[in-house]
Structure formats: C-alpha cells, structure tokens
Design a protein around this ligand. Structure first.
Ligand code: ZN
Length: 322
C-alpha cells in the first residue's frame, strides 16, 4: 500500500478520579451518551468509560480511566492540554448560560475565527467548546437535558503542548499527512483529509512551560482513525521504518490499536474504525450494562465486586437522538 489513510481523530483518553463524578459530568453536564461501560483491560478492577454521540461514532469519543485514588496530574509540555468539542455555531449562547447556571467558570476567546469557551471538567482537565459552522463528526444524543439542536457533536480538535514544535510538525506533516492550515501566535493548526471538526490538531509551542505529569485531570493519549486492519498494518510498518517504537497490534474489542510516542512525548494511537460499539450490544442498549471481553467474562463476579456500583444515566435506552 502506497499511502495508508488516516481520517482524523478517533478518540481521546484521559485519567479521572471519582467514577461517578466523571460519569455525571460527561453525561449530564455535557450531555454526551455513555456508549460503552467496560473495564480497563490492563487493570480490570478499574472502569473504562466511553462517551460519544448518539451512534458512538469514531471522532466523537472521549474515554476515561477513573482511578478513585489517582493523584492529580499537571498539564504541561508533552501532553494534550485541551480537548475541544464541536457545538453548532448558534449554540454558543446556550452554552454560556448553561455553564453559568452550573457554576462552571469559563474563559471566552476567539480562535482562528471561531468562538471558544474554555473550562475545566470535574477533575480539572481543560475542555473547550468550539462554535463550528461546518460538517460535524457526529449527531446529537437526544436523551439528555441538552436540547438536541445545541448538543455536542463530537471532538473538534486537540491541542498538543510542545517544548519545541519542529519534530512534531514534521511527523504530523511528512509522515501522518496533516497540513498546516493556520497560525495564531504560538498556535499552529494542522488538518487532515477534509479538515475541520474531528480532523484538526493544534500544536502550541511553549518552550518555557514545565513538562506535564500524568494523573487525574490529564490526557493519557490521542487516537487517530484508520479505515481497517490493512491500513493499520501499513501505518505500523511505515512508522517502524521511520524509527518509531510502535506497539504490537492490540485488540481493544471495539477497535484495533497501535501506539507510539511522538517526538515531543505525547502518546499517540492509530485505531481502526471497525468493529465499533455494536459488536457486543445493540445500538439502543449501548452503555446500559457492564460489558466485558470474552476473556474477562469468567471473572465477572469478582470484577463487579471490585468496581463500585454506579448510578447510570436515566435515559440511555430508547432511541438514538437526531
Ligand atoms: Zn485509546
């Protein structure tokens, strides 16, 4: 294969502390759908939450490892320091009011022609809502407090903080196929494919900032999308040929993954679009029960005793939004 395809952001995974608080923040405050309730396959005594749009599409997914006793991390260089979510342009006023009513402080700025509302999640991680005029990565989940017309429609972009930006820029451009599309101060915007929401990575050049430390309230990794196993294999070979230390292909049940670290230190993943979240439960039932892979199913009773019980969102079943 000459040039394997990378079609944007697949998901972003972060570390949280209290599971219930994390679940409530993303499903209630932000109105995302819990599209899968499972455990961390490397640490099955910890939940793994997947939040997304009505269909659980790649490009709309935020995932969390909530470690109840996790120390707070510190955002800094070598990390994704902000996750931006796309909302329709007309929804900015709604979200200003909503954040205010919820007692969530936010900072408003104009970034490359779009309004951005920046605030912290329940563990202090920086989130941004970006008013986006173009195509959205996903569709509204219509079963939350948020009216469907104002709902979050997926991941817009991620911001990587870098001490020096050139080597990361070279990886994004020359290897991964992103192109530089805009600059604003120390922010360099890269887009891939059709660009826009779900296909944008911002590099923030911060030579004087301290390096980040991993912990609650920080991003663990960002995953990019590839169409299938053949493309993923080609990516693995290409990255290895260029000297990157790439993991073996891992079966994550809902996609297949490879991992590598970009030169500035951010952990990156390339994940396949298939098989997706309906591989082990129907669309209307996504996120309504703890799902385990076959190899953990024999340990279900023990796992259920270790992970604390949760109050799941009231309305996760019965329809798929608009
Ligand atoms: Zn991942």
């Amino acid at each position: 294969m000459h040039s394997p395809i990378l079609s944007g952001i697949h998901h972003v995974t972060a570390i949280a502390s209290d599971p219930q608080r994390n679940l409530d923040f993303y499903t209630q405050t932000l109105g995302l759908r819990l599209v899968k309730l499972t455990v961390n396959y490397d640490d099955p005594g910890t939940y793994h939450f997947y939040f997304g749009d009505a269909q659980g599409r790649p490009g709309t997914l935020l995932t969390f490892f909530p470690w109840r006793h996790a120390h707070r991390g510190h955002q800094g260089t070598g990390q994704v320091i902000a996750i931006a979510l796309a909302v329709p342009e007309h929804a900015v006023g709604y979200w200003r009011d909503r954040l205010q009513r919820q007692g969530i402080g936010f900072v408003e700025e104009e970034r490359m022609g779009a309004t951005v509302l920046a605030f912290a999640d329940s563990d202090g991680m920086t989130l941004e809502l970006i008013a986006h005029a173009g195509t959205m990565p996903g569709s509204a989940w219509g079963h939350s407090e948020i009216p469907a017309e104002h709902a979050v429609r997926g991941v817009h972009s991620v911001t990587l903080s870098e001490e020096g930006y050139e080597r990361t820029a070279r990886l994004l451009h020359e290897t991964m196929g992103f192109r530089l599309t805009a600059e604003q101060g120390n922010r360099f915007r890269y887009e891939i494919g059709e660009g826009g929401a779900g296909a944008t990575v911002d590099l923030l050049c911060q030579p004087d900032a301290p390096p980040g430390t991993m912990g609650a309230g920080t991003v663990h990794h960002v995953a990019f999308r590839t169409p299938d196993d053949t493309h993923q294999n080609a990516w693995r070979e290409q990255l290895r040929a260029e000297g990157y230390n790439v993991s073996p292909i891992m079966d994550r049940q809902y996609f297949h993954s490879i991992y590598y670290r970009e030169p500035g230190g951010v952990l990156c993943e390339i994940a396949t679009d298939p098989p997706g979240f309906t591989v082990d439960e129907p669309l209307e039932a996504l996120g309504t029960a703890l799902r385990l892979p076959a190899w953990l199913e024999p340990r279900r009773r023990v796992i259920e005793q270790i992970v604390a019980p949760l109050r799941l969102p009231h309305s996760t079943a019965g329809g798929t939004g608009q």
